[in-house]
Design a protein around this ligand. Structure first.
Ligand SMILES: [Fe+2]
Length: 208
């Protein structure tokens, strides 16, 4: 079965000025969709029929099939990213997640400042990540389509897309402004907290 473009987990107008409907039309409807279409187009002769998206990503990495790795990893990265966002309703980390943030960073503001620094400092295209490394929170970034699924000690919790296509419509070239507005207002902290179970990978996976 071909992979599909997952629906956004919120209405396209729900993120207000922090992320416009036009950005979502392009980023989800065109960029994310293109990764799905290209992956499906490449899979016909790869001997991977019936494999899940995560299995395709790992197989592509093992075989050194960069076009398949890049496109399939971008399906997963974007599917995870949309789940990390929610309408601005004053949401904050709670429970175990809030405890771990206080332990590792001191406060949510300090965590967000570090994540913003990582996002802004990342050269060129990629993704800023908050991950769980064993029992500790950690901030890192990955280049291009690279994904926590192929790295030991990186259980995905939260990501920010820092490809230019993620912010150019709403923020032009101002990546720092984009990172600050998105991280400060439209993070789905409930989703981030759920991922402490180590099963974040499955939440953006799909069966082929
Ligand atoms: Fe993107």
């Amino acid at each position: 079965m071909p992979f599909t473009l997952p629906d956004l987990p919120f209405p396209k107008s729900a993120l207000g000025d922090y992320m416009s409907q036009e950005t979502l039309d392009y980023h989800h409807g065109k960029h994310h969709k293109a990764y799905v279409d290209k992956t499906n187009g490449m899979l016909s002769d790869k001997g991977l029929s019936g494999a899940s998206l995560a299995q395709v990503i790992r197989a592509a990495r093992e075989k050194g099939d960069n076009p398949l790795f890049n496109n399939s990893a971008q399906i997963w990265n974007h599917s995870f990213y949309w789940n990390c966002l929610a309408p601005p309703e004053g949401q904050q980390p709670s429970g175990k997640l809030a405890e771990l943030i206080a332990e590792e960073f001191g406060s949510t503001d300090q965590l967000l400042a570090k994540l913003k620094e990582e996002a802004v400092g990342h050269f060129s295209n990629g993704w800023a990540w908050l991950v769980l490394d064993r029992d500790r929170l950690s901030i890192t970034s990955l280049r291009d389509a690279d994904t926590p699924l192929v790295h030991e000690g990186m259980k995905p919790l939260l990501t920010l897309d820092v490809w230019e296509h993620a912010y150019y419509i709403d923020y032009r070239n101002a990546r720092p402004d984009f990172a600050e507005k998105v991280l400060g207002n439209i993070v789905n902290w409930d989703f981030v907290g759920q991922n402490l179970d180590g099963k974040g990978e499955a939440r953006a996976d799909q069966q082929g």
